[in-house]
Design a protein around this ligand. Sequence first.
Ligand SMILES: O=C([O-])C(=O)C[C@H](O)[C@@H](O)C(=O)[O-]
Ligand SMILES: [Mg+2]
Length: 429
Amino acid sequence: MNLAITDVRLTPILVADPPLLNTQGVHQPYTPRLIVEVETADGVTGVGETYGDTKYLELARPFAERLIGRQVSDLNGLFTIADQTAVDSSRVSGKVDVGGLRGVQTADKLRLSVVSGFEVACLDALGKSLGLPVHALLGGKVRDAVEYSAYLFYKWAGHPEGVPGEQDDWGAAIDPAGIVEQARRFTERYGFTSFKLKGGVFPPEEEIAAVRALAAAFPGHPLRLDPNGAWSVATSLKVAKELGDVLEYLEDPALGTPAMAEVAAATGVPLATNMCVTTFAEIQEAFTRGAVQVVLSDHHYWGGLRNTQQLAAICRTFGVGVSMHSNTHLGISLAAMTHVASTVPNLHHACDSHYPWQAEDVLTERLTFDDGKVTVSDAPGLGVTLDREKLAFLHRRWLDDDGSLRERDDAAAMRWADPDWVTPSVPRW
Ligand SMILES: O=C([O-])C(=O)C[C@H](O)[C@@H](O)C(=O)[O-]
Ligand SMILES: [Mg+2]
């Protein structure tokens, strides 16, 4: 068996995305992703997926060149390569990413977001070479299926007039009744039993009403509300008080560890985050201050599946829960998330996934949710097959774009509907 990497292919694509609202604005009609393929001397190909904005592409290209000749089994070596890959300082503010939705933006985090795409591709190739599923390479699954939650969004029926985009069949959801209807469709289509509402869009009273409506429609089901740090400490505490009896957790009610710690100290409602703890460096302060009770890992920016396992072990040590965050992603990432989630013993909350919102994919067969769960594949590697025609189609869309959609920018997308829109300052309420 020859595990040496002989070829690496990077394919940036644009994937259709519905007009989902968040505190920064609205999703663009197409969002960038990067598909990574590594090929071994034996002709085995592994696939990975990560963010596709230019700053990731810029790093992925020199990274890919350095991979040639290395073994797909040399996963630790990926971090060495990452350390040697220079990051353009203009690409990192040290502050926030996508209007703050993905937490702090550092050079290391940018590197890790690229490493993760290659790590998953290497694991896929290694698994296929050895005839083993990725979960086996990670130490073995402790569950046969991974539970996901319905990721509810306020949304418009379509993208603003005159903006080219794909039509979705979800309709509009801009009030409690619309959110309950969306949740019903999620349960009918996928069997989800827990629900997360993306908040920070409307004044808190309206979002409290939406969560109350969900609680009435789905009594006893786990509910979460995530305004992406849009609230002050006082507002967060008010919401926690009003919804404390129905919330599984509140997600990033306020921005940053100090504010989260203040909220946590004054409420019994658990706080989850994918914003104030998104790197290993942020763990110590947040955990010692008791600022978060659940960390939502995202293998893309934590640096891959093995780093996600390390994060889970740290959380276990500190008695902090762990689950999974999601941004717009395709089936390769859902498969990767499912493999790693199947190996984490202390996973006690349904994971997030945007996948139901993505009507397009690059796989020959879409992954499916049954009773809200994805079955863990025992096929070699990730257990997915790339559809080259679909990949080429989505890549063509990226090539044809004039550059305006190649960076995710929810505030810019909002300006198509509201030319005066500026990214709201935080706390918004
Ligand atoms: O849980 C979260 O904070 C997210 O999923 C962040 C995302 O960017 C989400 O808000 C979105 O896609 O609009
Ligand atoms: Mg969140």
